[in-house]
Design a protein around this ligand. Sequence first.
Ligand code: GLC
Length: 728
Amino acid sequence: MNPTGNRFDANLLAANLLAEMTLEEKIGQLTMVAAGDVVTGPIRAGEVADAIRAGRVGNLLNLWGAEQVRAMQAIAVEESRLKIPLLIGFDVLHGHRTIFPIPLAEAALFDPHLWERSARASAIEAASDGISLAFAPMLDIARDPRWGRIAEGPGEDPWVAATFATAKVRGLQGASLAAVDAVAATAKHFCGYGAGLAGLDYASADISERLLHEVYLPPFKAAVAAGCAAIMPSFNDVNGVPMTAHIPLLRDWLRREQGFEGVIVSDYFAIAELMRHGVAADLVEAAAAALAAGVDIDMMSDAYRLGLPAALERGVASMSQIDAAVRRVLALKARLGLFDDPLRRGCTASSGPLDAKARRDLARDVARRAIVVLTNKRVSPNRKILPLAAGLRRIALIGPLADNSADMLGPWAAVGTPGQAVTVRQGLEAALPNAEIVCACGVGIEDEDISGIAGALELCRGADVVLLCLGESATMSGEAACRANPVLPGRQWALAQAVLDLGKPVVALIFSGRPLMIPALVEKADAVVAAWFLGIEAGNAVADVLSGHFNPTGRLPITWPREIGQVPIFFAARPSGRPAYPGNRYTSIYLDLPVEPQFPFGHGLSYNDATLTNLRASAKEFKLGDELVVLVDVANLGPVAGEETVFLFARDVVASIARPHLELKGFGKIALQAGESATLSLPLRADQLCFPGPDLRPRFEPGDFELSVGASADPLRLLTITVRALPG
Ligand code: GLC
């Protein structure tokens, strides 16, 4: 087969092999079991070598390391009858050995180029460890911080998620899947997972067809268009149909409408769980339902191995369905070059020490760009508390995340080594060698012990500034980590109150996998910074920003609520007939809380001020097929050089279907020296103003559109012009 692994040869090879395979060997290619020590689901791996040798298992997950992978591949390609190589899958979500910020944090960069670069770096490391299939990117739109997996995705907006999807698929897969440092990308979890009832994981999702087409499907449409090799259905049901057996969305929309020819791999044990969903009476029915929907690989539930033979006998599954699934799995293995040289991934060291350092440097740059400065109050006539003043004598670093390495990696930290992550204390000591940095936890992350607060306060007394390092542990977000009340855990607020009562300048750093509800801290602290989980270079990135070495550019990819009672809250809501009008009771407002979020989507402060002026468009009128250019002048008012992120929103003023207040249609970034100004151009194709019509097909309607630009989705800070779409 030619080394490029092109599709035609891959399919030819698959067809030839298929003709020789027994039913057991065919089902073996549709079976994936865990083979390593990492447990990412409810059941543990068993002994797999014999099963591989017998052709009963053709794919593994949670195994990595050149030696371990080579050992298993050798069994498959030397000892099994047909010598078919294994797919080796792993959750390379935000790095492999070099851990980058969690995806929600990385989304705050609004930088597709860096999104792609971090994925490329991760793929190089993963492939060198023998991995050929990454269970990434996670593309679930999330608008409920109670859901722990909000940490794993790109936030609330489908346009951002689609852009993120394209960048990540390209980064992971590279120019050719057959390349030794390429890994197949798996767009997950398809779909509507983030809309689970009450913010609970695995929960049912009732989603209108409209919302599916406007919000939850676009990121996967983009992933398919970018050539992603695999898709993973989500655990949840959508409107009563579990995604693992969802024929309309898997077979009809994904495969037939989007033309997805890749592999659909179930989530962990999800096929067997169709029985718990109550849509399959036994494993036979579960296997038949998943196969009929087009699920090719059964991860961990053994439903295909135990259920498909009987399903064939019962006539509820067909050999042609099985053959089609096997063909797709073999074709992916061929495209990955695994038939050419099954040991190619894992043979080459990921790179030398210089490249490893380059990846750490990249991790540091991505991490500091992910940091979002939420508030930054003036503490004297000519300065705000951040960046920290030069020449500080003593800095008190207080809180359970102040000198904490393990939690900095966040959830799904792959093969990252906890001790490797630079702590905030270490980063600050390196960045501010002349300052005395004293450190105390004060309280634990979740426990109720407050005996350490007194000692922590003692340390603060002589300090020029106190840096509170508060938030969650790495396992309080991610899978199976929902929180009904996502506030500061344990007794951290008691610690913060005691510190704030000292009257010292206080900067609060929030380490979390989600927005936390912190209205009182926002009010009382001199600055609040979203530090997420920044990965292996966390401490250095925090120090780069706090010291002013790096002017923060991070912007929120998610609306940050004041209280959980506001959820779901997001900027692209429809106006209703009585849009919120504070003071007017008979509008969409609360009696007991402002309706505005704590911080809007796109919010984030830098150390320079900037203005947007002179918004205009390349044309006042346009037709379908045209492309507009939206222009705005951006000025950096100083005092330091900075990088501005400008968002482009659109609103269809009058349409046949009510349209959201704002829809994100693009964003741009511009770097400016202090005092410099320039014009930023934002392209807008007329077809981007289409929306799903009554038949859910893209519909372009003539009429006025409001185009707005702003530094965030804050309606009070937008510049707006009106352009007109013409018929025809
Ligand atoms: C988990 C997750 C999924 C992951 C898979 C393999 O349950 O839902 O995101 O890729 O199992 O670890």
